[in-house]
Design a protein around this ligand. Structure first.
Ligand code: GDP
Ligand code: ZN
Length: 475
């Protein structure tokens, strides 16, 4: 599993800053460092070094990056040395802490590449950490999550994952499965002693309590809280002029997330990332859902309905100062199968105690899985009710989330959990129904494999590549 090539990359973000770091990892890292680095030792960069370049692990050396061919000094730097296996990748790692700036960093990187390193692929340092067994796949994924975390809550989830919380849960479930597998294998090998080799009642109980229930809980955690890592998709819908853009602007003024949204996600709609009560929220303002013959607008409207399907929560806005119109009713028809909050806006235009004239049907969930719609009066123009709306968005979305539980699987984990669950359930009912142990054993093996995928124990190369391609170079 050792990687022959030594890899290098600029590990700090593009642009200018205080320092920029070039990371080198692999068996030639120290040799390469030795050929381009001159320790200072109180001398000028080009005088012969008093001591040859010998490095001790976990030390920081002050000196210069010098091109040995022409003696040109590229930068004054600090060199950090971490000798295998006590490094991120478990290989020899050298970090060059240089002055930041694209020109100087590129020049140093090129020099390092010329001396035997090759440019690292995106995520390759973390991939090596995973391949060397230093971290499992969930921990590798957490590295991306930490980089992408938009709020403190999403960061909590990512750091819990990098500490190995998901890993520990999956490992304990797999232990139980291994135990049952051993018993079924024994029952296959010694069919005459089945009674002694496997206690079918307790095997079923173990699968139910130690496997099925635990996997169900993890899947539920995904469903209840995955928006904390992926972002809660909120759509503002309503006919023209009810105040959608005003609401969007009002929320943006206070809550705009520091991190800009991934570019290119939408062109037809205005989409922004907010931090509402710690929840990363992606909010989209529809252009106005109403009947039209204009082909351009029809395109926009078709897109709007796609957004409705995609949304986790819809803010359905109406104008409190006017009777509901056929457009309002039509929009209700289109969104009522989703979780929504009815935002009755322009409350300033009516008396304080004025109650919105809302059809009773709108106040009831359309299916048992949906929450009862919340209704809130706002006056976006005067910033009234908007804070209460923030609370409501948080309350509605956090409904099923246990604040203390930061173990939240991602989509890849969830799909594997579901496969693992199905195979385990099938094993349990097989044991109950007297299915041949050969088949039960296959089910358990399949469950083990699915769960092993989560940790990266059993995983296809292409899926692995897909995971690491989400990283940036230098991570
Ligand atoms: P959109 O078409 O749904 O995006 O609506 P806009 O946000 O563009 O608002 C339409 C008009 O309603 C603008 O003139 C806003 O200033 C006004 N408006 C928005 N919210 C309120 C409110 O709470 N009260 C009053 N009186 N006017 C509002
Ligand atoms: Zn608008």
């Amino acid at each position: 599993m050792t990687n022959s090539a030594t890899i290098a990359a600029i590990a700090t973000p593009a642009g200018s800053g205080g320092i920029g770091i070039i990371k080198i990892s692999g068996k030639d890292a120290l040799t390469i460092a030795a050929s381009v680095f001159r320790k200072s030792c109180g001398r000028t960069p080009n005088s012969e070094p008093r001591t040859p370049n010998v490095f001790e692990s976990h030390r920081l050396y002050h000196g210069y990056v010098v091109n040995p061919e022409n003696g040109r000094v590229l930068d004054e730097i600090l060199l950090a040395v971490m000798v295998a296996p006590y490094s991120y990748t478990r290989e020899d790692v050298v970090e060059i802490h240089a002055h930041s700036g694209p020109a100087v960093l590129t020049a140093i990187l090129n020099l390092v590449l010329k001396h035997g390193a090759r440019l690292a692929d995106p995520g390759e340092f973390t991939k090596r950490a995973y391949l060397s067994g230093r971290i499992d796949l969930t921990q590798a994924e957490a590295v991306i999550d930490i980089i992408n975390a938009k709020t403190e809550k999403s960061l909590d989830i990512a750091t819990a994952q990098i500490r190995g919380n998901i890993k520990a849960h999956i490992e304990s479930v797999r232990d139980s499965l291994f135990h049952i597998l051993a018993e079924t294998e024994a029952a296959i090998d010694f069919p005459e002693d089945v009674e002694e080799t496997i206690d079918t009642d307790s095997a079923v109980e173990v699968i139910q309590n130690q496997v099925v229930d635990k996997l169900n809980k993890l899947i539920k955690q995904y469903e209840n809280a995955h928006f904390l890592r992926d972002g809660l998709k909120v759509l503002i819908a309503g006919r023209p002029n009810v105040g959608k853009s005003s609401l969007m602007n009002c929320l943006l003024r206070k809550d705009r997330a520091i991190v800009t949204p991934i570019p290119g996600t939408t062109r037809d709609f205005i989409e922004e990332t907010l931090n509402i009560r710690g929840i990363p929220v992606t909010i989209t303002d529809t252009a106005g859902l109403h009947e039209t013959d204009d082909p351009v607008e029809i395109l926009g409207i078709k897109k709007a309905y796609e957004y409705i399907e995609d949304a986790d929560l819809i803010l359905f806005m109406t104008d409190l100062s006017q009777p509901l119109t056929p457009d309002d009713h039509e929009i209700y028809e289109k969104i009522s199968h989703k979780n929504f909050i009815l935002v009755a806006n322009k409350a300033d235009l009516v008396e304080e105690k004025f109650e919105p004239d809302i059809p009773d049907a709108w106040k009831l969930p359309i299916s048992p899985e949906l929450r009862k719609p919340e209704i809130i009066k706002t006056s976006v123009r005067y910033d009234r009710g908007v804070d209460a709306l923030r609370d409501l968005i948080a309350a509605v979305s956090m409904g099923g989330y246990d604040d203390k539980n930061t173990i939240i699987p991602n989509l890849r984990h969830k799909l594997a959990l579901e496969r693992g669950l199905q195979a385990a359930s099938s094993a349990a009912s097989g044991i109950q129904n007297g299915t041949p142990f050969e088949l039960i054993s296959m089910d358990i093996q399949e469950s083990l494999d699915s769960l092993g995928e989560i940790l990266g124990i059993t995983i296809r190369e292409d899926i692995l590549d897909q995971i690491f391609s989400r990283f940036c170079i230098g991570k």
